[in-house]
Design a protein around this ligand. Structure first.
Ligand code: FEO
Length: 395
């Protein structure tokens, strides 16, 4: 059922407590998520976004309890991805002529997904829609995170409907940011940013500066996932400015995979060397075959440097190393340093190959890495500790 946000705006979305994977199996959502849709009742009534397709019947049924569907004057589609547009086919079967306001790119993505010639009204940044006592202003936000994305600003209530921007995968019955633990909320917003928005950092930074320059009064930010920023919405805007500016903390992440634990012993010895050299650095280790890949990318985003290790197998590196390298490549991280390591028995190519991939991914690879044969003995462990300490001096 809907939840009142202001006298004119109700949340009419779906809280998905069950969701544990998003974007197929790409993104872990350990706290579930929500698909936030909003109903504005003014002299004209507006629906902003819908919910993911598996919940379409439930969405339309609940919406009917909120409003006679024929009284919806306009639909706004801020973004065409199926988690927000997936209930449009079911809804449009009921109100087929209702105009859908969206960007020209969203027309393409919606037509491409649903193959329907709905009554699309393309809009651009600065276009407005009068509702009576309030006005909607559209702000295109391409590549935050699809080409079709836009924000919608509502005057009077001073709400920015930001779609994926400022979202978090966080299921909660109470929908306001001050109703949950602030640390948990920031952690989810950070993970979301690290895994969805980092590749588009320059666009995020420019868009936020553009919106701030518009000097719009801002009482709330209502994203399409998770909690609404109703208490001090500026806090998440500030965070986005930091995160989109080549963000890093004083952390080194060591990511490895290992067949018989030799490369794990290497990772642990290198970690010890880093701690010996500078105890102020946070060091975290992840076996990439056992750890959540979404969390690994989150920690890489947090890090000033990473070390990636793999045993050599069949003249290359292990399967999970390949997966993480591909995710890192797509993330387009900037201003981070790296090195590679690994154990081998006879050919030993993995370290060199990982270094090459890290370089291609935009990392500054500080040296040729370190590789050792078979299982490291105490002398080799000492060499690895020294390597870890030396690595710190190269940052
Ligand atoms: Fe939440 Fe890009 O969809």
């Amino acid at each position: 059922m809907g939840k009142m946000i202001t006298k004119k705006v109700s949340w009419v979305g779906k809280v998905d407590w069950e969701l544990r994977k998003f974007h197929g199996d790409e993104f872990s959502t350990n706290r579930g998520s929500s698909y936030n849709a909003y109903l504005i009742r003014d002299q004209k009534n507006v629906l902003i976004d819908t919910v993911w397709m598996p919940y379409d019947k439930e969405f339309v049924s609940n919406l009917k309890q909120e409003i006679d569907l024929s009284k919806i004057d306009y639909i706004i589609a801020n973004h065409g991805e199926i988690d927000h547009s997936g209930s449009l086919p079911a809804l449009m079967r009921e109100i087929p002529n209702t105009p859908i306001y969206c960007t020209a790119n969203a027309m393409k993505s919606l037509k491409g997904q649903y193959h329907q010639d709905w009554n699309f009204i393309p809009v651009k940044t600065g276009d407005t829609l009068e509702l009576g006592s309030s006005t909607l202003t559209f702000i295109e936000a391409p590549m935050l995170h699809w080409p079709d994305t836009m924000f919608t600003y509502m005057s009077g209530d001073n709400i920015l409907f930001s779609n994926d921007g400022f979202g978090q995968h966080f299921a909660s019955e109470s929908m306001f940011n001050d109703s949950v633990d602030a640390g948990e909320l920031e952690a989810e917003a950070f993970k979301y940013y690290a895994n969805i928005l980092v590749p588009f950092n320059p666009m995020v930074f420019r868009k936020i500066k553009e919106i701030l320059a518009m000097n719009l009064p801002l009482d709330m930010i209502c994203p399409s996932h998770g909690l609404m920023w109703t208490n001090n919405p500026g806090q998440i805007v500030e965070k986005y400015l930091q995160w989109s500016s080549d963000y890093q903390e004083n952390q080194i992440s060591i990511i490895y995979d290992t067949m018989w634990n030799a490369t794990r012993h290497m990772a642990e010895a290198i970690a010890e060397g880093i701690r010996n050299a500078d105890p102020s650095i946070t060091v975290k280790l992840f076996n990439s075959s056992k750890s959540d890949k979404t969390e690994i990318i989150t920690e890489v985003f947090r890090s000033r440097a990473i070390l990636m290790g793999s045993s050599t197998v069949n003249n290359g590196y292990l399967y999970s190393t390949a997966g993480i390298l591909e995710m890192i490549r797509g993330s387009k991280f900037k201003n981070k340093k790296a090195a590679a390591f690994g154990s081998y028995g006879w050919s030993g190519e993995a370290t060199k190959l990982i270094s090459e991939e890290l370089t291609k991914a935009g990392f500054t690879v500080v040296d040729e890495g370190i590789r050792t044969t078979w299982v490291p003995d105490e002398d080799v462990i000492n060499i690895l500790r020294q390597y870890g300490s030396d690595f710190v001096s190269k940052l």
